[in-house]
Design a protein around this ligand. Structure first.
Ligand SMILES: Nc1nc2c(ncn2[C@@H]2O[C@H](COP(=O)(O)OP(=O)(O)OP(=O)(O)O)[C@@H](O)[C@H]2O)c(=O)[nH]1
Ligand SMILES: [Mg+2]
Length: 292
Protein backbone atom coordinates (compact mmCIF):
# COMPACT_ATOMS: atom_id res chain seq x y z
CA UNK A 1 0.00 0.00 0.00
CA UNK A 2 1.21 3.49 -0.73
CA UNK A 3 0.88 6.31 1.76
CA UNK A 4 -2.47 7.75 0.60
CA UNK A 5 -3.90 4.21 0.70
CA UNK A 6 -2.52 3.64 4.17
CA UNK A 7 -4.00 6.94 5.34
CA UNK A 8 -7.38 6.05 3.91
CA UNK A 9 -7.30 2.61 5.54
CA UNK A 10 -6.21 4.10 8.88
CA UNK A 11 -8.98 6.68 8.72
CA UNK A 12 -11.36 3.85 8.00
CA UNK A 13 -10.38 2.28 11.32
CA UNK A 14 -7.60 -0.12 10.38
CA UNK A 15 -5.26 -0.32 13.35
CA UNK A 16 -2.82 -2.20 11.16
CA UNK A 17 -2.60 0.70 8.75
CA UNK A 18 -2.22 3.11 11.67
CA UNK A 19 0.61 1.00 13.05
CA UNK A 20 2.27 0.93 9.67
CA UNK A 21 2.07 4.73 9.37
CA UNK A 22 3.55 5.16 12.83
CA UNK A 23 6.42 2.87 11.85
CA UNK A 24 7.01 4.93 8.73
CA UNK A 25 7.29 8.21 10.64
CA UNK A 26 9.69 6.59 13.07
CA UNK A 27 11.92 5.80 10.18
CA UNK A 28 13.28 7.07 6.92
CA UNK A 29 9.91 7.75 5.27
CA UNK A 30 8.89 10.34 7.86
CA UNK A 31 8.89 13.33 5.52
CA UNK A 32 6.87 11.47 2.94
CA UNK A 33 4.12 10.72 5.44
CA UNK A 34 4.16 14.16 7.06
CA UNK A 35 3.75 15.99 3.78
CA UNK A 36 0.62 13.92 3.09
CA UNK A 37 -1.06 15.14 6.29
CA UNK A 38 -3.22 18.21 6.72
CA UNK A 39 -2.45 20.24 9.82
CA UNK A 40 -4.64 19.15 12.72
CA UNK A 41 -4.68 19.99 16.38
CA UNK A 42 -4.61 17.38 19.10
CA UNK A 43 -4.16 17.52 22.84
CA UNK A 44 -1.00 15.91 24.13
CA UNK A 45 -0.49 15.08 27.79
CA UNK A 46 3.01 14.06 28.81
CA UNK A 47 3.76 11.85 31.79
CA UNK A 48 7.28 11.61 33.02
CA UNK A 49 9.05 10.76 36.24
CA UNK A 50 11.58 8.38 37.74
CA UNK A 51 11.57 4.69 36.79
CA UNK A 52 8.83 2.77 38.57
CA UNK A 53 6.98 5.84 39.86
CA UNK A 54 3.71 4.54 38.43
CA UNK A 55 3.56 6.37 35.12
CA UNK A 56 2.09 3.44 33.18
CA UNK A 57 -0.43 2.71 35.92
CA UNK A 58 -1.45 6.37 35.83
CA UNK A 59 -1.68 6.31 32.03
CA UNK A 60 -3.90 3.21 32.16
CA UNK A 61 -6.16 4.91 34.72
CA UNK A 62 -6.35 8.06 32.60
CA UNK A 63 -7.21 6.05 29.50
CA UNK A 64 -10.13 4.57 31.43
CA UNK A 65 -11.29 8.00 32.57
CA UNK A 66 -11.10 9.53 29.10
CA UNK A 67 -12.84 6.56 27.50
CA UNK A 68 -15.71 7.11 29.91
CA UNK A 69 -15.94 10.62 28.48
CA UNK A 70 -16.08 9.10 25.01
CA UNK A 71 -12.69 10.36 23.82
CA UNK A 72 -10.49 8.39 21.42
CA UNK A 73 -7.16 8.01 23.12
CA UNK A 74 -3.70 7.10 21.92
CA UNK A 75 -0.81 6.16 24.19
CA UNK A 76 2.78 6.55 23.12
CA UNK A 77 5.13 4.79 25.49
CA UNK A 78 8.62 5.98 24.82
CA UNK A 79 11.44 3.73 25.82
CA UNK A 80 14.52 5.86 25.39
CA UNK A 81 16.89 3.33 26.87
CA UNK A 82 16.31 0.32 24.73
CA UNK A 83 15.86 -0.23 21.02
CA UNK A 84 13.80 -3.32 21.82
CA UNK A 85 10.63 -3.58 23.83
CA UNK A 86 11.88 -5.04 27.06
CA UNK A 87 10.38 -6.01 30.38
CA UNK A 88 8.99 -2.60 31.21
CA UNK A 89 6.78 -2.61 28.16
CA UNK A 90 5.71 -6.15 28.86
CA UNK A 91 4.53 -4.92 32.25
CA UNK A 92 2.76 -2.05 30.54
CA UNK A 93 0.95 -4.46 28.31
CA UNK A 94 -0.49 -6.15 31.37
CA UNK A 95 -1.50 -2.81 32.86
CA UNK A 96 -3.08 -1.79 29.57
CA UNK A 97 -4.78 -5.17 29.08
CA UNK A 98 -8.21 -3.74 29.85
CA UNK A 99 -7.86 -1.38 26.90
CA UNK A 100 -6.25 -3.57 24.28
CA UNK A 101 -9.50 -4.77 22.78
CA UNK A 102 -11.01 -1.28 22.66
CA UNK A 103 -10.87 -0.04 19.03
CA UNK A 104 -10.80 3.58 20.25
CA UNK A 105 -7.60 3.09 22.20
CA UNK A 106 -4.27 2.86 20.46
CA UNK A 107 -1.21 1.82 22.43
CA UNK A 108 2.13 2.11 20.80
CA UNK A 109 5.66 1.86 22.07
CA UNK A 110 8.18 4.04 20.36
CA UNK A 111 11.66 2.71 20.62
CA UNK A 112 13.97 5.53 19.71
CA UNK A 113 16.59 3.96 17.58
CA UNK A 114 18.99 6.81 17.83
CA UNK A 115 18.88 7.81 14.20
CA UNK A 116 16.67 10.43 12.61
CA UNK A 117 16.81 12.44 15.79
CA UNK A 118 15.40 9.87 18.20
CA UNK A 119 12.62 10.79 20.55
CA UNK A 120 12.59 14.52 19.90
CA UNK A 121 11.76 14.04 16.26
CA UNK A 122 9.76 10.79 16.38
CA UNK A 123 7.14 11.87 18.92
CA UNK A 124 5.93 15.06 17.18
CA UNK A 125 5.70 13.12 13.93
CA UNK A 126 3.67 10.33 15.56
CA UNK A 127 1.45 12.95 17.20
CA UNK A 128 0.74 14.53 13.84
CA UNK A 129 -0.30 11.19 12.38
CA UNK A 130 -2.63 10.57 15.34
CA UNK A 131 -4.15 14.06 15.03
CA UNK A 132 -4.88 13.36 11.39
CA UNK A 133 -6.60 10.10 12.36
CA UNK A 134 -9.03 11.93 14.65
CA UNK A 135 -7.74 10.83 18.00
CA UNK A 136 -8.80 13.32 20.64
CA UNK A 137 -5.91 12.94 22.99
CA UNK A 138 -2.41 11.48 23.11
CA UNK A 139 -0.79 10.40 26.35
CA UNK A 140 2.98 10.22 26.07
CA UNK A 141 4.88 8.31 28.73
CA UNK A 142 8.60 8.69 29.05
CA UNK A 143 11.06 7.93 31.82
CA UNK A 144 12.41 11.13 33.30
CA UNK A 145 16.08 10.46 32.95
CA UNK A 146 18.21 12.94 31.12
CA UNK A 147 17.09 14.58 27.93
CA UNK A 148 13.77 12.90 27.25
CA UNK A 149 11.62 14.90 29.66
CA UNK A 150 12.88 18.16 28.22
CA UNK A 151 12.03 16.94 24.76
CA UNK A 152 8.60 15.85 25.92
CA UNK A 153 7.95 19.32 27.33
CA UNK A 154 8.21 20.67 23.81
CA UNK A 155 5.31 18.50 22.60
CA UNK A 156 3.11 17.91 25.61
CA UNK A 157 0.89 20.28 27.51
CA UNK A 158 0.56 19.71 30.35
CA UNK A 159 3.62 17.74 31.39
CA UNK A 160 2.64 15.69 34.42
CA UNK A 161 5.58 14.64 36.58
CA UNK A 162 4.85 11.50 38.57
CA UNK A 163 6.81 11.06 41.79
CA UNK A 164 6.48 8.77 44.79
CA UNK A 165 6.59 9.43 48.52
CA UNK A 166 9.97 9.14 50.06
CA UNK A 167 12.54 11.07 51.93
CA UNK A 168 14.40 13.42 49.64
CA UNK A 169 12.36 12.61 46.55
CA UNK A 170 11.33 16.21 46.08
CA UNK A 171 14.91 17.34 46.28
CA UNK A 172 16.03 14.58 43.93
CA UNK A 173 13.39 15.56 41.41
CA UNK A 174 14.40 19.19 41.66
CA UNK A 175 18.03 18.25 41.11
CA UNK A 176 17.18 16.08 38.14
CA UNK A 177 15.46 19.05 36.50
CA UNK A 178 12.10 17.29 36.56
CA UNK A 179 10.34 20.09 38.41
CA UNK A 180 11.29 22.61 35.77
CA UNK A 181 9.27 20.82 33.11
CA UNK A 182 6.31 20.05 35.39
CA UNK A 183 3.00 21.78 34.74
CA UNK A 184 1.41 19.41 37.23
CA UNK A 185 2.95 17.24 39.91
CA UNK A 186 1.54 13.97 41.07
CA UNK A 187 2.67 12.17 44.19
CA UNK A 188 1.61 8.65 43.31
CA UNK A 189 1.50 5.66 45.65
CA UNK A 190 -0.26 7.87 48.18
CA UNK A 191 -1.26 4.63 49.90
CA UNK A 192 2.29 4.55 51.16
CA UNK A 193 3.61 6.48 54.09
CA UNK A 194 5.04 9.93 53.63
CA UNK A 195 2.90 11.19 50.73
CA UNK A 196 1.78 14.30 52.60
CA UNK A 197 5.30 15.12 53.66
CA UNK A 198 6.46 14.76 50.04
CA UNK A 199 3.70 17.15 48.97
CA UNK A 200 4.89 19.65 51.58
CA UNK A 201 8.49 19.26 50.43
CA UNK A 202 7.48 19.78 46.82
CA UNK A 203 5.56 22.97 47.66
CA UNK A 204 8.89 24.36 48.85
CA UNK A 205 10.43 23.66 45.46
CA UNK A 206 7.73 24.61 42.96
CA UNK A 207 4.58 26.64 42.33
CA UNK A 208 3.03 23.98 40.09
CA UNK A 209 -0.18 22.33 41.35
CA UNK A 210 0.48 19.14 43.30
CA UNK A 211 -1.94 16.23 43.55
CA UNK A 212 -1.83 12.95 45.36
CA UNK A 213 -2.78 9.76 43.60
CA UNK A 214 -3.11 6.05 44.21
CA UNK A 215 -3.11 5.08 40.57
CA UNK A 216 -3.24 1.37 41.34
CA UNK A 217 -6.63 1.87 43.00
CA UNK A 218 -7.86 4.69 40.80
CA UNK A 219 -7.95 7.07 43.77
CA UNK A 220 -7.34 10.66 42.75
CA UNK A 221 -7.82 9.99 39.04
CA UNK A 222 -10.90 12.24 38.59
CA UNK A 223 -9.01 15.06 40.30
CA UNK A 224 -6.05 14.52 37.97
CA UNK A 225 -8.37 14.61 34.93
CA UNK A 226 -9.87 17.87 36.25
CA UNK A 227 -6.43 19.38 36.79
CA UNK A 228 -5.43 18.45 33.23
CA UNK A 229 -8.66 20.01 31.92
CA UNK A 230 -8.06 23.17 33.95
CA UNK A 231 -4.59 23.39 32.49
CA UNK A 232 -5.94 23.05 28.94
CA UNK A 233 -8.59 25.68 29.56
CA UNK A 234 -5.94 28.08 30.78
CA UNK A 235 -3.95 27.77 27.55
CA UNK A 236 -3.00 31.08 25.96
CA UNK A 237 -1.46 32.21 22.67
CA UNK A 238 1.69 33.02 24.63
CA UNK A 239 1.91 29.46 25.93
CA UNK A 240 1.25 28.01 22.50
CA UNK A 241 4.01 30.19 21.18
CA UNK A 242 6.39 29.07 23.93
CA UNK A 243 5.67 25.43 23.04
CA UNK A 244 6.20 26.10 19.36
CA UNK A 245 9.45 27.81 20.27
CA UNK A 246 10.63 24.80 22.29
CA UNK A 247 9.55 22.41 19.58
CA UNK A 248 11.38 24.25 16.82
CA UNK A 249 14.53 24.48 18.92
CA UNK A 250 14.29 20.83 19.89
CA UNK A 251 13.90 19.70 16.28
CA UNK A 252 16.64 22.02 15.05
CA UNK A 253 19.04 20.90 17.77
CA UNK A 254 18.31 17.28 16.93
CA UNK A 255 19.06 17.91 13.29
CA UNK A 256 22.38 19.47 14.22
CA UNK A 257 23.30 16.83 16.77
CA UNK A 258 22.73 14.03 14.29
CA UNK A 259 24.20 15.79 11.27
CA UNK A 260 26.69 13.62 9.38
CA UNK A 261 29.11 16.55 9.04
CA UNK A 262 29.42 17.05 12.79
CA UNK A 263 31.94 14.28 13.23
CA UNK A 264 34.15 15.47 10.38
CA UNK A 265 34.06 19.03 11.70
CA UNK A 266 34.96 17.85 15.20
CA UNK A 267 38.01 16.08 13.78
CA UNK A 268 38.97 19.21 11.86
CA UNK A 269 38.72 21.33 15.02
CA UNK A 270 40.63 18.75 17.10
CA UNK A 271 43.40 18.69 14.52
CA UNK A 272 43.55 22.46 14.39
CA UNK A 273 42.26 22.91 10.83
CA UNK A 274 39.27 24.97 11.98
CA UNK A 275 38.37 26.84 15.11
CA UNK A 276 35.10 25.84 16.77
CA UNK A 277 33.37 29.08 15.73
CA UNK A 278 34.03 28.43 12.06
CA UNK A 279 33.00 24.81 12.48
CA UNK A 280 29.70 25.85 14.10
CA UNK A 281 29.06 28.24 11.24
CA UNK A 282 29.82 25.52 8.69
CA UNK A 283 27.56 23.05 10.47
CA UNK A 284 24.67 25.52 10.39
CA UNK A 285 25.29 26.24 6.72
CA UNK A 286 25.47 22.59 5.66
CA UNK A 287 22.34 21.86 7.71
CA UNK A 288 20.39 24.52 5.88
CA UNK A 289 21.47 23.04 2.58
CA UNK A 290 23.94 25.80 1.75
CA UNK A 291 27.29 24.02 1.86
CA UNK A 292 30.13 26.17 0.63
N1 LIG B 1 1.45 0.90 46.25
C1 LIG B 1 1.24 1.37 45.04
N2 LIG B 1 1.91 0.83 43.99
C2 LIG B 1 1.68 1.33 42.78
C3 LIG B 1 0.78 2.40 42.54
N3 LIG B 1 0.80 2.69 41.23
C4 LIG B 1 1.67 1.86 40.66
N4 LIG B 1 2.21 1.02 41.57
C5 LIG B 1 3.17 -0.07 41.34
O1 LIG B 1 4.44 0.46 41.02
C6 LIG B 1 5.10 -0.39 40.09
C7 LIG B 1 5.56 0.42 38.90
O2 LIG B 1 4.41 0.91 38.22
P1 LIG B 1 4.47 1.38 36.72
O3 LIG B 1 3.15 1.97 36.41
O4 LIG B 1 4.98 0.31 35.83
O5 LIG B 1 5.56 2.51 36.84
P2 LIG B 1 6.32 3.28 35.65
O6 LIG B 1 6.65 4.62 36.20
O7 LIG B 1 5.51 3.23 34.41
O8 LIG B 1 7.61 2.40 35.47
P3 LIG B 1 8.69 2.45 34.27
O9 LIG B 1 7.93 2.68 32.99
O10 LIG B 1 9.34 1.11 34.33
O11 LIG B 1 9.62 3.57 34.60
C8 LIG B 1 4.14 -1.49 39.73
O12 LIG B 1 4.45 -2.62 40.48
C9 LIG B 1 2.80 -0.92 40.13
O13 LIG B 1 1.86 -1.91 40.46
C10 LIG B 1 0.07 2.94 43.67
O14 LIG B 1 -0.74 3.85 43.57
N5 LIG B 1 0.34 2.38 44.88
MG1 LIG C 1 6.04 2.57 32.46
Amino acid sequence: MNIPELLAAARGGSLRATGRLLSLVEDTRREEVLTALDPAVIRVVGLTGPPGAGKSTTVAALVGAYREKGLRVAVLAVDPSSPYSGGALLGDRIRMAAHTTDPDVLIRSLATRGHLGGLAAAVPAAVRVLAHLSYDLVLVETVGVGQSEIEIAAVADPVVVVLTPGAGDAVQAAKAGLLEVADLLVVNKADREGARQTVRDLHMETDAPILTLTAAKGEGVPELVDAIEAHHRADTPARRKARAHAQILSLAQTRLRTHPELDRLATAVAEGHHDAYTAAELLLRTSSGRPD
